[in-house]
Design a protein around this ligand. Structure first.
Ligand code: SF4
Length: 306
């Protein structure tokens, strides 16, 4: 059996570095990376960080590690926000997992539903006869908008999401291949020059931790998470980029890290051309007169509330 450099049995082989790691050294590696990211994206000495917690592995690991990092700092508040899309067969058990973790560590938890902000559920959007796009096209836009509103409601100075290395690398590759420089410029983590009125800046503590490592870390820590699959999930565009990156990673370990490191060198040179203003209908930040969420939701019988 392969062993860690300390002699203990290996629980994980990091192919990109060739290292075998035991339980303890694997955990320390993940925690070191998260702390380093927080230093780069921060500093977070005071304020209020709201964590977007769906109940899945990424958001649970982000919540628990942020709690362990910040719990001794009385000047920094940590809370959790969950978006309920209104998918009856999928979301309720994951909201319960998120609530359980928050109760266990004593973190305030709030839930904001599409029903409350848009007057519709995803189940209704999917069944609407005027729907012209895949469910995720509506859901992704609404979730981004609702997360910002949820973070504002609790008075957060930052919004932390559980995006891992695979998610970040896929988004960078997707935006590059579409030539969408504006979206590349708007990607989190948000730097001071990104801050615009009404937009809670995002931080991504797990952005350098591969998805498999997040899952293994949660298991080794004994943290329960919801791993059900949304009935409306599609293998559309993102799935193709995920498969492509996994194949490249297999052939050339370290591809995801290299892609993100390259983006980080470019990011300071990228500036979004679209300043934000308040949406004329709902008041949330928008690059146009009316935001994309309002346009989409009205087309399927809903209306964003101001
Ligand atoms: Fe929404 Fe698509 Fe995610 Fe389901 S898979 S929760 S529809 S974004």
């Amino acid at each position: 059996m392969a062993a860690c450099s300390c002699g203990k049995p290996s629980v994980y082989l990091a192919r990109y570095s060739g290292e075998h790691l035991c339980d303890q050294h694997f955990r320390e590696l993940v925690e070191r990376r998260v702390r380093r990211e927080l230093r780069h994206q921060g500093p977070f000495k005071r304020g209020h960080v709201a964590v977007a917690v769906s109940g899945g592995k990424d958001s649970i690991v982000a919540l628990r590690l942020l709690h362990e990092t910040f719990r001794d700092n009385p000047a920094l508040t940590l809370s959790a926000v969950t978006i309920d899309e209104g998918i009856a067969s999928y979301r309720p058990p994951s909201v319960e997992v998120a609530a359980e973790h928050c109760r266990e560590i004593g973190v305030e938890h709030s839930v904001l539903s599409y029903e409350e902000t848009a007057g519709v559920t995803m189940d209704k959007v999917v069944a609407h006869p005027a729907r012209s796009m895949l469910p995720c096209a509506y859901c992704g836009v609404l979730r981004r908008r609702n997360l910002n509103e949820a973070a504002q409601r609790v008075g957060a100075t930052h919004l932390a999401t559980g995006h891992n290395l695979d998610d970040v690398a896929q988004t960078i590759l997707m935006n590059h291949l579409k030539g969408d420089v504006d979206r590349l410029a708007k990607m989190g983590p948000h730097r001071p020059e990104h801050v615009q009125p009404g937009l809670v800046p995002r931080i991504l503590p797990l952005r350098l931790v591969p998805e498999r490592e997040v899952a293994l870390y949660a298991i080794l820590r004994g943290w329960r998470y919801h791993d059900g699959e949304c009935p409306y999930a599609t293998e559309a565009t993102r799935g193709r980029y995920r498969d492509l990156l996994l194949q490249l990673e297999e052939e050339q370990p370290g591809t995801r890290h290299a892609l993100v490191a390259g983006y980080d060198r470019l990011a300071p040179l990228l500036v979004s051309k679209a300043p934000l203003r308040a949406c004329a209908t709902c008041g949330e930040p928008s690059s146009g007169h009316v935001c994309r969420a309002c346009q989409l939701i009205e087309s399927v019988g809903g209306r964003m509330r101001a």
